[in-house]
Ligand binder design. Sequence first.
Ligand code: HEM
Length: 434
Amino acid sequence: MVIETWKKSGIATKFPSYRNSSLITAKGWLLGKQNDDEAEGLWRIYDGIYDFTDFIKKHPGGEFWLTESKGTDITEAFEAHHIAIGPHKLLSKYKVRDAKHPRIYTLTLHEDGFYKTLRERVREKLKTIDKSPQRKSDLIHFSLLASIFIFAVLSARLNSLVCLALAGTALCWTTIVSHNYFHRRDNWRMYAFNLSLMNFCSWRVSHALSHHIYPNSYFDLELSMFEPYFCWVPNPHIKSKLMRYLSIITEPVFYALAFPLQKITRIIFSLRHDNVMYWHDSLPLSIPLAIFLFSDLSLFLTLRQWLFITMIASFAFCVIGLNAAHHDPEIYHEGDAHREDRDWGLFQVDTIIDRGDLKGSQFLVLTHFGDHILHHLFPTLDHGILPQLYPILYETLDQFKGKLRECNHLVHLLGQHRQLLRTEPNTKPPGADD
Ligand code: HEM
């Protein structure tokens, strides 16, 4: 099969088939992966085919991960989600045969490569690390969650715009902090993510399994779901000149509507059987319920108040999230020249720029997607303990010629917009002048 030049991926031998569909959804991404991944209807890890059917219910991380990933290549997801040695030892029990065809992903995870060297050092470090910041993360999460309801009710009772803005801000930050929790084994805090009108199950696919594993590539659902409206891939085949400039002008409106739009599209896709709705999709209703019960607003005004809170949260979430770490002309995107060393961990480093202005504040890191490189490399670790891993990260980056880049929010905002306009791929690979 001949792949058109612009469709050639820097991390795989195939152009992902989900991108050929007019409907970009989490379910479509999984179906496309089942079609592309040469996993023979089971689970693929490196060149082995595994049958985890009997393990799904026993999986300590929860049933979701294995149920949803059946029929796909889970090599990188498996490696990134298990720092301890135990899960790796379990694998041989479930192996059924060698795969018939080579892996489509060209990123590597060699034992002496960057990622596995770093992970071994982290595994050792975790034995002596101070875990108390995890309790602070839990406290921050709970305080923000409570603030949503307190300020939402106060905004109605006092008719206060300040309280309305605070309720929206609390909702935005709760959503981001809850993301710290849905990457891990099932826990109650991940449900708070859904107050935003989005759904953590959908995000476990689009964010944890797609974006985290294949950032800034054709396989990254968090790129494709915005196209052609926002397109960060430097590729004129995907973004027209008109769309490039139009998206920048109209983005404030899109930012404010992003949360409600996700809910509406998910409901429409569900009616077409292209999406699943869960019982926990109804959790956001707890906000208008609290307003209605504890104030004297009518039902119509309650719903209006809720919509305003959600739109403020949506706007703030997009300003933070879309300008958090991934889009700048200096950062690798699909089509750019890539470094010779194809290590998966170095690929993560090359697709991220950290927000240096957040460092040192656990609150800011948790509420603004901070310490992003370490979070991508070890998504199951609490953000509170990540700072203790920097000495190991720097040491390992030096050894493998990787570079941790940093910038502040303003620089990132400007860089993200320059990336929206960029259509020419970078010809100099990351690490070339190191
Ligand atoms: C798509 C693939 C998979 C994903 C995304 C995934 C995800 C997870 C997550 C999020 C946790 C909880 C980590 C935490 O909260 O600290 C976990 C734990 C665990 N998983 Fe998986 N998993 C996957 C596949 C597997 C497979 C194939 C096995 C078995 C061979 C496995 C065995 C385990 C074990 C034993 C634990 C407990 C580890 C511990 O407590 O140290 N997982 N997994």
